[in-house]
Design a protein around this ligand. Structure first.
Ligand code: HEM
Length: 421
């Protein structure tokens, strides 16, 4: 019965994917508009928080920076992908509400309270979206993602009663860490073995438990969260196929490098948290927030963008060597910001690193749009034989058995059969 439901769900997604890819870009591109606004204004707000010149200044922007980027941007993207996987019109309510929440957050005439309520509604719809997905498949990674979304919802609710973000950030960390880790586990079922689901859920509950403890005992909660993240990171690194595919070439190596860099930043956040509640210590707070939200989350997004966006939006987004530039810049900027700025205590390093972070993200978006417009790079094969030509010729869009937010790089790993995620 479970298997039957799982198969039914996958058929729905793959049918959407194949037919629409023949028709051109999907109407789902519309959802990128509020997400892009949230990204651009969130980055602008980041510059304001750094105290450096920014294109747009409003009183409210610095207060909404975190929510704009975590729930209104990343949340909208993941909800859009999950709604695509569900294949029901009502699934798209979640990205719509999260996107609307982002717009209201920056629309100054709208009371902030109203915007916060819209974000809560979006996070609630997003959490509910996982229920039919889980009933379809009954598997541990989906349950961990459901839990992650619920943590994001808790963060949005806690924010309603707070002016600052100090008590909210750990919940947003829980949301993104669990969502992305579960996606990696979905991929590595074969290499991780049958106990992988149980291990993932044990970590998911440890993260959740530490957040609950942190409500009453902030230091103890932070230390527990740090230990949980370190344990999760160690376990993921041990099993992730990226450790092997880093020795590969082209897109596969690029993805592996991004994924491994993401794990390094997850470990950095875990280490800093193990020293206690960072919210009272500005450099530690900045280091933890951006090791997770930029280092871990955006490295993973950059890793998977060329496989996820085509599956969801039905646009061709070919990998090009140029993608290495923004990814390397992101890593360099984070080292400057977190090590020199936060760690060694040079505010100018924090500002330069932060500004370079903005440049890296914008450059990545520009590279992606340019690559989509240019289409697949032309193959260089003047002396190729007929059989080689056939093997290297551009392939038609592949039918995906399942679209996941940060995952389907199994297509780059021949040793991992399709449908085994
Ligand atoms: C790319 C350039 C970015 C810059 C320059 C930047 C800058 C900042 C600064 C200066 C702070 C305040 C830190 C403090 O008070 O010590 C902050 C906080 C925060 N940032 Fe960023 N940030 C960036 C990207 C991101 C991204 C991509 C995310 C999420 C995906 C994010 C999420 C947060 C959160 C949740 C907080 C804590 C909330 C708050 O204090 O307002 N940031 N950021």
């Amino acid at each position: 019965m479970t298997g039957h439901r799982a198969t039914a769900g996958r058929t729905t997604v793959s049918t959407i994917g194949t037919s629409a890819s023949r028709r051109g870009p999907s109407w789902r591109l519309v959802w990128l508009v509020p997400a892009a606004i949230a990204l651009l204004l969130g980055l602008d707000a980041g510059l304001l928080l750094l105290g450096v010149p920014a294109p747009l200044t409003t009183d409210r922007l610095p207060d909404v920076h975190g929510m704009l980027l975590v729930l209104a941007f990343v949340g909208t993207l993941i909800a859009l992908e999950r709604a695509t996987a569900l294949g029901r019109w009502w699934g798209f309510i979640a990205p719509a509400l999260l996107g609307l929440g982002g717009i209201l957050l920056v629309a100054s005439p709208v009371p902030l309270l109203v915007a916060k309520v819209a974000v809560i509604a979006g996070a609630a719809a997003f959490t509910l979206l996982y229920i039919p997905l889980w009933r379809r498949q009954f598997d541990a990674p989906l349950l961990a993602q459901l839990l992650g979304a619920a943590l994001g919802l808790c963060g949005a609710i806690i924010w309603l009663a707070q002016d600052g973000m100090g008590r909210v950030v750990p919940w947003l960390i829980g949301f993104l860490v669990l969502t992305i880790a579960a996606e990696r586990v979905e991929l590595a079922r074969i290499t991780m073995g049958p106990r992988a689901g149980g291990m993932l859920l044990a970590h998911a509950w440890a993260v959740t438990g530490s957040l609950v403890v942190g409500m009453v005992l902030p230091d103890a909660g932070a230390i527990l969260l740090g230990i949980s993240l370190l344990s999760l990171c160690g376990w993921l690194v041990r099993h992730d196929i990226a450790r092997r595919t880093i020795r590969s070439t082209g897109a596969t190596r690029y993805m592996a490098a991004c994924i491994l860099a993401g794990y390094v930043w997850l470990a950095v956040a875990g280490i800093v948290l193990s020293f206690g509640d960072p919210s009272a210590n500005q450099p530690a707070y900045d280091a933890v927030a951006h090791a997770i939200f930029l280092g871990y989350t955006f490295s993973m997004i950059m890793a998977h963008a060329t496989t996820i966006l085509p599956a969801v939006l039905h646009v061709t987004l070919p990998y090009r060597a140029a993608f290495w530039v923004p990814v390397s810049l992101l890593q360099l900027a984070l080292i400057v910001r977190i090590w020199i700025g936060d760690g060694l205590g040079y505010p100018v390093g924090w500002q330069i690193g932060g500004a370079l972070n903005v440049a890296a993200l914008l450059l990545f978006a520009l590279t992606a749009v340019t690559s989509a417009i240019l289409g697949p790079p032309k193959a260089k094969e003047p002396k190729a034989s007929a059989s080689t030509k056939q093997a290297t010729a551009p392939q038609p869009p592949r039918d995906r058995s399942k679209a996941t937010a940060l995952s389907p790089d199994h297509l780059d790993h021949p040793e991992r059969p399709e449908g085994t995620q």
